[in-house]
Design a protein around this ligand. Structure first.
Ligand code: ADP
Ligand code: MG
Length: 473
């Protein structure tokens, strides 16, 4: 028996090891980490999963891969897989255990949403204009959000949360680069909930507003007002939480707000331009709260998704655009949907003004200045250094100073790496820019970061975000 269990465990480990190779880390952690094989009986493998959401997802998305891998590893001995929910069996600490408890309280079925691409839900159709006090934009609804490989996880998680607020994943933490749809999804949750229950208390706020409001109410002795507003929410949506950095009073308030809401099973959702661990100056206790629930990333959209987005924006506005032009725009603007929309608007506006029909040639000429800009616009060493200082919340003195503290060394090396890669500086001038260091230090930093980028997915994402900011601003 013990042997059997061991074998099953080994077998599942091998399956996971193979699947891990083909999945993004966020997907792997979310869907597969807390799974196990419970039994194999007459060629039927029972896989236990922590909740209904995972069950649906594995069935719909990964079943074929799992079955194929299992068959290969067992010489085709397996013919069928059953996914069984068992909140206790797979609980092994880490990431999602708290989520599991909330799921237990609530009997299955947990989720009826079909993950990617399903646009059948009537929830948010024909809603009146934004409910002002919530601060939501009427445009940002699930129905106008195009789902692709890059965002399907985040999308499914948001839909699940909107359907079962406070029950499935709490908190939900969405992260991804600039202009990739975080705010859109975040607000769509609020809209969807209001459509079903208009009395829901939805609070959408950016982290900066949260901070400013808190500071000013504390100053005027009205911090209770602040507590009343946020701690009585049914759904609290906080956008761009990475700006919480270093603001201790606010972190404290956020921490207590979160705890209060969480205890009442009220849903909290955060967005950020980077994963929780990469937010500098974040208190440990806040970090661990973020990691309680589900963390989902949004990556760069692939070309098919970009085309689908352009088509959908055209449909919304009743515009007809030739495929060649759609393809051209989609291949020109690659990593920011806001810019993609901007490019489309330019092409359309140009022709509306002139009363002409867009052609590939005209689209190219309208976008030529844009491509010159957003492509390899030149950046100065100064811009890079300022941005790194901002991004990691380190003063310029510290960044260019002599301290070798770990939290300073890495950003400093990243700055040197980007000076080389983006501003094409010579090594001596890189050393000079960073407080008069030797050129060998610059070479070392460049080589080290180049190596790390190869191996470290998180660093790659971080650099991607930094570059985006560099060329966006
Ligand atoms: P972020 O908050 O991540 O910076 P936003 O949510 O503000 O990005 O998105 C930027 C723009 O791109 C918005 O107008 C949004 O509606 C649009 N957008 C982003 N992703 C999608 C998508 N998948 N489908 C449709 N529109 C999208
Ligand atoms: Mg945003």
């Amino acid at each position: 028996m013990v042997n059997d269990t061991l074998d099953l465990r080994q077998l599942w480990q091998s399956v996971l090891a193979e699947l891990e190779l083909s999945l993004s880390r966020a997907n792997f952690t979310t869907w597969l980490k807390h799974t196990a094989i419970a039994s194999v009986d007459a060629a039927v493998v029972v896989v236990v999963v922590p909740n209904g959401f995972t069950q649906t997802w594995l069935k719909n998305k990964y079943h074929a891969d799992i079955l194929k891998t299992l068959r290969r590893l067992t010489n085709n001995a397996v013919s069928e897989i059953v996914y069984r929910i068992d909140a206790t069996a797979t609980r092994s600490g880490g990431g999602m255990t708290v989520t599991v408890t909330t799921v237990e309280k609530n009997a299955p079925p947990i989720l009826t949403t079909t993950p990617a691409g399903a646009h059948t839900n009537k929830e948010t159709e024909q809603q009146p204009a934004a409910t002002d006090q919530t601060g939501l934009n009427a445009k940002y609804v699930f129905e106008s959000f195009i789902v692709g490989k890059n965002n399907e996880l985040a999308y499914a998680a948001c839909r699940a949360v909107a359907q079962k607020p406070g029950k499935v994943y709490n908190p939900l933490f969405i992260y991804g680069g600039v202009g990739l749809g975080k705010t859109h999804l975040l607000q769509a949750i609020g809209r969807a909930m209001l459509a079903v229950r208009p009395e829901t208390q939805v609070r959408y706020i950016t982290c900066e507003q949260f901070t400013n409001e808190f500071v000013s109410l504390v100053r005027s002795g009205r911090s209770k007002d602040f507590k009343d507003v946020y701690r009585n929410a049914d759904l609290l949506l906080i956008d761009d939480i990475q700006f919480i950095t270093g603001k201790e009073g606010t972190q404290e308030e956020l921490f207590h707000t979160f705890n209060t809401l969480h205890q009442l099973d009220k849903q909290v959702v955060f967005t950020s331009d980077r994963p929780p661990k990469a937010i500098p100056g974040l208190e440990q206790r806040m970090l661990s709260r973020f990691e309680w629930g589900m963390i989902a990333d949004i990556a760069m959209p692939d070309v098919e998704t970009r085309k689908a987005i352009i088509r959908s924006k055209c449909d919304e506005r009743g515009i007809k655009l030739d495929d060649v032009i759609t393809n051209y725009i989609a291949s020109t603007v690659q990593n920011n949907i806001r810019e993609l929309e901007g490019a489309l608007n330019r092409v359309v506006a140009f022709h509306e003004l002139n009363g002409t029909k867009p052609t590939l040639e005209s689209a190219k000429s309208v976008l030529s200045s844009l491509t010159a800009h957003s492509g390899r616009r030149s950046v100065t060493p100064r811009q890079i250094i300022m941005l790194i200082s901002q991004f990691y919340d380190i003063s310029l003195e510290h960044l260019t100073g002599s301290s070798r503290k770990k939290e300073l060394v890495m950003p400093r090396q990243i700055a040197m790496y980007l000076l080389r890669e983006e501003a094409h500086c010579s090594y001596p001038s890189i050393g000079h820019e960073l407080g008069g260091r030797d050129h060998t230090t610059a070479i070392h930093a460049y080589e080290k970061i180049s190596r790390c980028v190869e191996a470290d997915e998180r660093l790659r994402q971080e650099l991607q975000t930094i570059r985006q900011r560099l060329y966006a601003g």
